[in-house]
Design a protein around this ligand. Sequence first.
Ligand SMILES: NC(=O)c1ccc[n+]([C@@H]2O[C@H](COP(=O)([O-])OP(=O)(O)OC[C@H]3O[C@@H](n4cnc5c(N)ncnc54)[C@H](OP(=O)(O)O)[C@@H]3O)[C@@H](O)[C@H]2O)c1
Length: 332
Amino acid sequence: MEKKTYLGLVVRETEDKKYERAIEELSIDHLPAGDVLVRVLYSSLNYKDMLSATGNKGVTKRYPHTPGIDAAGIVEKSSSNEFNPGDEVIVTSYDLGMNTSGGLGQYIRVPSAWVVRKPVGLSLRESMIFGTAGFTAALSVLRLTDFGIKAKDDVLVTGAGGGVGGVAVSMLSHAGLNVTALNSLTDERDYLTEIGAAKVLEPADFIDESGRPLLKDQWTGCVETLGGNVLTSAIRSIRANGAITCCGNVVSGDIHLTVYPFILRGVSLFGIDSQNCPMAVRLRAWDMIAGPWKFPWLERLASEVKLSAVDSAIEKIRSGSHKGRTIVNLWD
Ligand SMILES: NC(=O)c1ccc[n+]([C@@H]2O[C@H](COP(=O)([O-])OP(=O)(O)OC[C@H]3O[C@@H](n4cnc5c(N)ncnc54)[C@H](OP(=O)(O)O)[C@@H]3O)[C@@H](O)[C@H]2O)c1
């Protein structure tokens, strides 16, 4: 008999604007419209999932809601010519987990335009060790390498203990670059060295609030994930004709900067938006993830939790003590 219900994390808004999370039995019939129904085997936890799960209306406008911006699984039903039942697929980005019921439920129903066929060389589980954070790291590395940054160059990665940062450190060191990692909150020095950082900095060694327009030039490239004074310190430390990517706002969304890094050093600043990344770039990034950038110590970044343990993992992200990538096994 056809399965009609499934388990998912549901976030509910209370009358006094608190957000309560519980695992509930949900109906497949209530999933949003879409031409592909996916049985989700694995999801993963990202900074944005924490925002959605804690009532951030910039991410999720309406509750009750099932978060989960990442999902990897098997197509169960499809009215699209592109996908057939049994296909192994990855769904990330677009509106998944924001206002569309997401990967922290055992089923999702989405438009086929959001669905990526799992690349050869990557299991569904591995695809979620990367997830949106790893995909964003790959887009950042793609920007830097397309720009001309190459093996042996000195690069900086910020928020290195987190998901985007940890994957970026790993990919760049695996590609032979000399990686310095900025580690701000919990001491992850041993972990960061194990995943390829040649040097680990603390904020006191790095953040400059003197207002000087340019700092000692140290790096040819940077994957910056935190924003605020971390981003401005990094931009002012990039060498002449180097490049930096910007994807996050963990520290702050505001930046105070002069034009001098751009007009006196020719520094290039690239914005990274994984959510609306065009499909051609998306497929290219997933091929790199499954191919040359798939570093051998992938499992070192991963912690696996059951759906029932997602709640405490979300609290770790909120407190900044989250390390690497947390994947969620939906059927354990
Ligand atoms: N633009 C996009 O498409 C895109 C896609 C994915 C993620 N993002 C953004 O990228 C950022 C990082 O995401 P993520 O998934 O890597 O997050 P995460 O796994 O939670 O990691 C965040 C890391 O930031 C560092 N950190 C420094 N100061 C912090 C603070 N005050 N509070 C919390 N963490 C702090 C911590 O590492 P250390 O202690 O090692 O510094 C922490 O592990 C977020 O802003 C997220 O929204 C953007």
